[in-house]
Design a protein around this ligand. Sequence first.
Ligand SMILES: Nc1nc2c(c(=O)[nH]1)N[C@H]1C(S)=C(S)[C@@H](COP(=O)(O)O)O[C@H]1N2
Ligand SMILES: [Mo]
Length: 562
Amino acid sequence: MSKTTNRPDEWKIEQGLKGAVLPVLDMTGSETKELAPQVFGELTKDKEAIAAVGDRDKLFTRERKGWVGFVEWENYPEKKAAAHKILTSQTFPPNPEFQLGPIPDTNPVLPGTHWKMWHHAVGGELTKIPDDSWDLVLKEKHPDMLHLLQFPYNGEPPKRLVTAKEVTPNPLHFVRNHGGIPIIDKEDYSFTMDGLVKEPRSFTLDDLMDEAKFPRVEKTVTIQCSGTRRIEQILKYPGQGDEVPQAPWAEGAIGTATYVGISLKKVIKACGGLVDGAKHLEFYGADTYFKDDEVMNYLVSVPWSKVKANEVLLAWEMNGEVLPRIHGYPLRLVVMGYIGARSVKWLYRIKAIKNPTRAPVQSKEYLYFPQQVGKHNLKMTDGIQIQEMPVSSAIMSPWTKQVVIHNGKIRCKGWAYSGGGRWPERIELSNDGGFNWYTVPPENMSKKRKWTWRTYEFDLPCDVEGWVEIVCRCWDNALNTQPPDVRTAWNWGLHVTSSCHRISVYSVNKTKPLTKARLDEFEKADIPFGPITVPLQFPSQTWDEYEKYWQEHDPRDAADEI
Ligand SMILES: Nc1nc2c(c(=O)[nH]1)N[C@H]1C(S)=C(S)[C@@H](COP(=O)(O)O)O[C@H]1N2
Ligand SMILES: [Mo]
């Protein structure tokens, strides 16, 4: 026998459990060829080229007194070019592959290796940001947060805490960052309003808090990231991404808080209004974002019509507390009913412009592609710019693969939300994969509000035993509902997982006399019931019972009568 040519992990590879190392098959010729996947060579660094860029501490220095971690990029093309030179004069290790392989068992789940390295490579004011940001996570967030990405920080509460309260406590509100957290002193804070406004000027927090000029607004608003429930798409098919777009969000990238601030419309009015032709407002965040070896501030825009409707707030208070640093202190935007990406944190500038911003967060990301467009033919313009989230919902309890012992009803909990100022009107649950639906009574749903989710609790009738598929769906007030399963709305950017949420639980119905007797046996023998896969430790039928059955029934095989 000759030696095997198989790899030790051959079986795994053949079963698609290690997709990243699978060769691509080229079937364009008469013979099928195997094309090896990319391999990453030695890391390189052109030290001379980097040194020639100049003193990084001077080039990328703190922009303003009292603004730790803030570098202004947008007004300085030469600064951007210097950072680009540094980033392109070296190579970085590949991203950890988890979409085509196992997700680490750690918390933080993913470290954000690239992002830390990029910050350190550019240096200057960015050097300390990864460490400072993590310190703030530990200070401001709940100890039970699930840290999907350590840096830039992306974290969500565990399922049991997502809907524990109708208004999310600040330490448990999810966080989605594209960069580090700037540490800004309130005393040194102001933002500028410029571009196509009649009288450009800047505002301090005291200016905004002057109630004689700006009426105070208090609003309870749900912010949802368009990556919510992305893990369901990842587990179906891998898609686009480096570590940030890929953050494997579950159902917790959504949170509800009561914000206090003022309507942005009034601030524009205080600048004499817009100049003719201005149709959009561009918002600048003080954090630094990296995209394709370029550095920039976090920029997005929102149409004027949205601002004019008083649906865009400048907020400094969250749930009765000063806005936490991780959520944008001293001042953030809250755009009601739009994806979270538009609610800019650490706001330092607003610019009135003619067209939607061309900044990458708006033009290259948060795009909803058609299913047949993926890696090789993807054009930015193929994607719908995600703005209002469609209606969606989720089951927070029980969890998929869980065994549930019940008295004919399975206790379910979760949330439902719809973007654009629509609200959950009806929530339904199915125990049979979505054929038959039970309506959650309105009294089991939290308060109906224009800009928030509704949490729910419901005892779902379930007679049958064994694996059952529990499904949740919501109808909003415009009678929109959710696609039936994740495959129907899978997309390359892994955004907007709004399909019906499906979980499989193993139903054990104690109202059935046999089941009750069996569970009593487990209890008497002091044997835990789970896991479900372990063989029964005592017989479920005696040999006497077995013999009796065959005496009373036809034999196994039909008689072959001649
Ligand atoms: N300056 C800045 N603002 C930002 C982001 C960011 O990375 N930088 N992330 C956005 C995204 S994608 C979301 S979903 C929300 C999340 O808000 P939260 O972290 O307060 O929950 O913030 C938005 N505002
Ligand atoms: Mo987001």
